[in-house]
Design a protein around this ligand. Structure first.
Ligand code: SAH
Length: 219
C-alpha cells in the first residue's frame, strides 16, 4: 500500500488534534506528521488509521494510540544520537517515531511472530532501529547504558533490572501499576537517587514475563 494524498490529509488532522490535546513538542509532532501510521496496521483499518485509536496487531497486542505515542515520546525528551531502549516493539510505530527523532533505537519484543514481522517492516523503511527478541524485564545489558528507556507495556511493578541500564541523568518513561497504570517518568539523578513524576492514568497491555523461556537476542 502507498502513502496517498488522502493519508497525508488524515495525518495532518491527526497532528492538529495532538497539538490541541496539549502535545507541545514540535519535533515529535513533525515526526508523527511524516510517518505513515496506516502502514503499521492491518489494511482493514486503513480509513481509521489516523484516528486516536489503538488497533489489534495480532497476538492479543495493540498499536498504541497516537496521543499515547506523542505523550511518551515527549516525556522521554529524546535528542539526536540518544541511545534508547524500547520495551515492547509491537507494531514498530513507536520505535520508528524515535528513529525519526534521530535516536539510536534498540527495541525488544517477547512475541516471536511480532518481532519477526516488525523487524522486516522496519528494515523496509530503511530505519536504523535494532530489533531484539527477548524479555524486556531483563533489558539489553550487553548494550547498556542507555540515555533513555521507554516501556510501552504496563508494568505492575518497577522492572528492577532496567534501572541499572539507565545512565546517570537518563530518563525512563514507564506505565506503572496494577490494575490501574500511571504514566511515570523517572530521572536517574545519581547512582541511588531517582526523581519520579506522574503524568496521568493510562491503559497499556500488560508487560508479561518471557514467553518461551528461550533466550535469544538477534538484531
Ligand atoms: N510500542 C508498540 C506498542 C505495542 S503493545 C507499538 O508502537 O506498536 C506492547 C508490546 O509489548 C506488545 O507487542 C507485547 O508483546 C510487548 N511485551 C509485553 N511484555 C513484554 C516483555 N516482557 N518484554 C518485551 N516485550 C513485551
Amino acid at each position: 500500500m502507498e502513502d496517498t494524498y488522502r493519508h497525508k490529509g488524515m495525518r495532518r488532522k491527526m497532528v492538529e488534534n495532538l497539538r490541541k490535546m496539549g502535545i507541545a513538542s514540535d519535533e515529535v509532532l513533525k515526526a508523527m506528521g511524516e510517518i505513515p501510521r496506516h502502514l503499521f496496521i492491518d489494511s482493514v483499518f486503513d480509513s481509521q488509521a489516523y484516528q486516536d485509536k489503538a488497533f489489534s496487531i495480532g497476538e492479543d497486542q495493540t498499536i498504541s494510540h497516537p496521543s499515547t505515542v506523542a505523550q511518551q515520546s515527549t516525556l522521554l525528551e529524546v535528542f539526536p544520537g540518544a541511545k534508547v531502549l524500547e520495551v515492547g516493539t509491537g507494531s514498530g510505530y513507536q520505535a520508528y517515531v524515535l528513529d525519526q527523532l534521530k535516536a539510536e533505537v534498540y527495541s525488544i519484543e517477547r512475541q516471536k511472530s511480532l518481532y519477526l514481522k516488525t523487524k522486516a517492516l522496519l528494515s523496509g523503511f530503511r530505519s536504523r532501529v535494532r530489533c531484539f527478541y527477548g524479555d524486556g524485564y531483563q533489558g539489553l545489558p550487553q548494550f547498556a547504558p542507555f540515555d533513555r528507556i521507554l516501556v510501552t507495556c504496563g508494568a505492575a511493578a518497577m522492572p528492577m533490572d532496567l534501572l541499572p541500564q539507565l545512565k546517570i541523568g537518563g530518563i525512563m518513561v514507564i506505565p506503572l501499576g496494577s490494575p490501574k497504570q500511571v504514566m511515570t517518568k523517572i530521572i536517574r539523578k545519581t547512582e541511588t537517587d531517582l526523581e519520579v513524576s506522574r503524568h496521568g492514568n493510562c491503559h497499556f497491555v500488560p508487560m508479561l514475563p518471557e514467553k518461551t523461556g528461550e533466550r535469544q537476542h538477534v538484531s
